[in-house]
Write a protein that binds this ligand. Structure first.
Ligand SMILES: O=C(O)C(=O)C[C@@H](O)CO
Ligand SMILES: [Mg+2]
Length: 391
């Protein structure tokens, strides 16, 4: 048995070139505020946290998190690392409960659960490396020949720009696409028309034989979403994502019960308890936790069982290998979100600049290797010069 001897956290701050997002590129929770200046400032993810868990034999498992990296680093360094050092990584269920219960007063959601997620993902990568198996083979194995993905970008822009991007993506074989709304309650009826114009334009170039998902990123409210759903129905969206803020579970329930467009959410929910609540209350028709927020792979796999029992499909938020391995290992996870590799703008794609090994979509699918141990990623040296790294 090789016990955990260290936990190394690093915050990666991107100092390289960025593409400034266009105006109204995505609604978000801050839109409800009277904001001076850039309403999107809270939206950029130009930092990332890596968490490396090493055992006495020198094997290193890599985890990561993208929410509030500096704060999560401190939480891990001060609270969680001491809880896992000295433990056997294969006691991962015990380690998870220990992290969850010893910080329960403040850690069950948000920063604490994000910290737990980063460590847990590292432990699963570590276990895969120690037994020489890919993580998905430890979770249930291959349930798909390859994983279908949806192209996730199409931030709101001019109609022409969005149509060009959609056509370009379709030319690469994608069969599913996610777009972002740029207008919400503060933009009134004119904004509604701008939103609808763009959905219609996307259907015009993509047709109706592909899935089109629509993302609000918590930027609408219940009243606006109730008014928009009947107007959206004719465009047959695969789902409407995060129409209201994560705390408005009652709003989710009401919108999902309208049964006009399936409602998806969960990327801002934490732990299997939080996701179970969304499932049991029928708040979502598609559950979209992110493994590096919800409690890592240990929690995600428990959620997958609950969701499958309720026959709610699980389509984790974001790309990244920790989500792909879970999707590969679960028949109830039909498809993966895929952030195409682009110049750094919002930052969703920053992980491509930190890690080597992330699966790349080909003709609308991605593949995981049956023989690569762990998650299959390493820390990359390629873009180091563009990062300021805080140990
Ligand atoms: O990709 C998503 O689902 C996100 O919520 C990311 C954020 O960029 C808004 O789209
Ligand atoms: Mg989302």
């Amino acid at each position: 048995m090789s016990v955990i001897k260290s936990v190394r956290t690093r915050v990666w701050t991107w100092k390289g070139p960025t593409v400034p997002p266009q105006g109204n590129f995505c609604t978000n929770a801050s839109d409800a505020l009277w904001m001076k200046g850039d309403a999107m400032a809270s939206f950029r993810f130009h930092q990332w946290l890596t968490c490396e868990v090493e055992t006495e034999d020198g094997t290193v498992g890599i985890g990561n998190a993208a929410l509030a990296p500096g704060v999560v680093k401190q939480a891990i360094d001060e609270w969680y690392a001491p809880l896992v050092i000295g433990e056997d990584p294969f006691d991962y269920a015990y380690i998870w409960e220990k992290m969850y219960r010893r910080t329960h007063a403040w850690g069950r959601k948000g920063i604490g659960m994000t910290a737990i997620s980063a460590i847990d993902i590292a432990i699963w990568d570590l276990m895969g490396k120690l037994v020489g198996k890919p993580v998905f083979k430890l979770l249930g194995g291959r349930t798909k020949e390859k994983i279908p993905v949806y192209y996730s970008k199409l931030y709101a822009d001019s109609v022409e720009a969005m149509q060009r991007e959609a056509e370009e993506a379709a030319s690469h074989g994608y069969q599913a696409f996610k777009s972002r709304f740029g207008f919400g309650p503060k933009d009134g009826m004119a904004g509604m028309r701008e939103n609808l114009k763009r959905v219609e334009a996307l259907r015009e170039v993509l047709g109706y034989d592909v899935d089109l998902m629509l993302e609000c990123y918590m930027g609408w409210n219940l009243d606006y979403a109730k008014r928009m759903l009947p107007k959206l129905a004719k465009y047959e969206p695969r789902w409407l994502e995060e129409p209201v803020i994560a705390d408005d579970v009652q709003g989710y329930i009401e919108l999902n019960a309208m049964n006009i467009v399936p409602i998806s959410g969960g990327e801002h929910e934490f732990s299997f308890i939080g996701c179970n609540d969304l499932i049991q209350r029928k708040a979502v028709s598609v559950l979209q936790y992110d493994t590096n927020r919800v409690g890592g792979i240990t929690a995600a796999q428990k959620i997958n069982a609950i969701a499958e029992a309720a026959q709610i499909p699980v389509i984790p938020h974001a790309g990244q290998m920790h989500n792909y391995h879970l999707t590969m290992a679960n028949a109830n996870c039909p498809i993966s979100e895929y952030f195409p590799v682009f110049d750094v703008e919002v930052g969703n794609e920053l992980f491509y600049y930190i890690f080597d090994g992330d699966a790349e979509a080909v003709d609308g699918y991605l593949q995981l290797d049956d023989d690569t141990p762990g998650l299959g990623i390493t820390i990359s040296a390629t873009h180091l010069k563009h990062f300021e790294i805080t140990e």
